[in-house]
Ligand binder design. Structure first.
Ligand code: GLA
Length: 353
């Protein structure tokens, strides 16, 4: 990655903007600097434009919803138990925003911030943010850049960079929800047919993290065979859905898989109609799968609301609560001064028609 993080010394007055990137295949993505959010992803499939992402009708609705639709999530994605961690013996207390725990960076996480826009072209855009020392309880002033790039092979590459002036945990991800069969207008009666669990998912992972009903890891990395969480072969997500104790515990998939280090593709999602597949390729060590278990009531693109299970989020990240689990087999989630946080998540779409 060639971008450098611009030094933001002044805080310009920012406006909310929507940016459109296109490629030569007629693929179009839309992004906003509100939450550095991925709003839309339309690909022509057999000549018909198909929306791959869940989304809202207006930025005002993005601000109201609580499902993190398409947002950039940080400073620390997923949960930190008891909103607390230690660095070399010093305890840091974070803002708790889900019971006594912190979810997705706290009350005003990166998803709710207005980012500045840098280096915008027809194929890529960079959003930048400065998170002050102490924000939501985190130590260190963190300077962050997120670049979205639309490539000619129908990939959306998201590159994350960050620098800090004090040691701090950093875990940045994107929270897009996918329905590769098309996010389209349905009556309430029809909406039960757009269950995103009809899609198939394959994840190259032998272990997943066991969590309690609050989504807090118990500390155990379990073999995927335990509780029928094995996605090493493509599996229709809806199959045997409620038979798994792990899924009943969290009202569906809301689990993090530790990825194979040597496998270039982390996961592949395939539409129920078999016409579209999407590979997830990432430098991050784990992939959180959330089957949209609480999406009901989230405003959709047509003035209505989504039902539960309308989309699947595939969030590449460090394992949740990693600041409190240095024993897990993954790189450290702590960023130190003079280091650069540098990770990529790439969503590569294939049409099979
Ligand atoms: C967030 C998380 C998901 C899930 C939901 C539950 O969206 O990213 O994994 O836990 O909260 O509401």
């Amino acid at each position: 990655m060639s971008i450098t993080i611009p030094m933001l010394t002044v805080f310009p007055q920012l406006d909310e903007e929507i940016i459109t990137l296109t490629n030569k295949n007629g693929m179009t993505i839309k992004l906003s600097n509100y939450g550095a959010t991925w709003l839309s992803c339309v690909i022509p499939i057999a000549g018909v434009a198909r929306e791959m992402l869940l989304g809202c009708a207006s930025l005002a609705e993005y601000k109201q919803q609580t499902a993190y639709l398409g947002a950039t999530v940080g400073r620390y994605a997923n949960r930190i138990a008891n909103a607390m961690f230690n660095i070399t013996g010093k305890q840091y207390m974070l803002t708790a925003n889900q019971g006594k725990n912190q979810l997705h960076g706290g009350i005003s996480g990166f998803d709710k911030r207005l980012w500045s826009i840098q280096n915008c072209s027809s194929e890529q855009v960079t959003f930048c943010l400065v998170s002050p020392d102490g924000e939501e309880g985190f130590p260190g002033k963190l300077t962050v850049a997120v670049t979205y790039q639309l490539t000619s092979d129908n990939s959306v590459s998201i590159q994350f960079m960050a620098n800090t002036n004090k040691a701090t945990p950093v875990n940045l991800t994107n929270h897009a929800y996918f329905n590769l069969d098309g996010d389209s207008a349905h009556s309430d009666e029809e909406s039960r047919y757009c269950d995103a669990r009809l899609q198939s998912l394959q994840i190259h992972a032998d272990h997943y993290l066991l969590v309690d009903a609050d989504g807090i890891p118990t500390g155990d990395l379990m073999p995927v065979m335990q509780h029928d969480m094995d996605l090493r072969q493509p599996k229709r997500l809806i199959d045997h859905f409620w038979e798994s104790h792990a899924r009943r515990q969290t009202s569906g998939y809301d689990h993090t898989y530790l990825l194979h280090k040597k496998q270039p593709i982390a996961a592949t999602l395939t539409s129920a109609d078999g016409t579209v597949a999407m590979d997830v390729i990432t430098s991050l060590p784990a992939l959180h799968v959330y089957s949209g278990n609480f999406l009901q009531g989230t405003p959709n693109r047509w003035g209505g609301a989504y039902q539960n299970f309308a989309g699947i989020a595939l969030e590449a990240q460090f394992l949740p609560d990693s600041p409190n689990h240095p024993e897990w087999p993954q790189p450290s989630c702590f960023l130190h001064p003079h280091q650069t946080y540098q990770h990529e998540i790439c969503y590569r779409f294939h049409s099979k028609t």
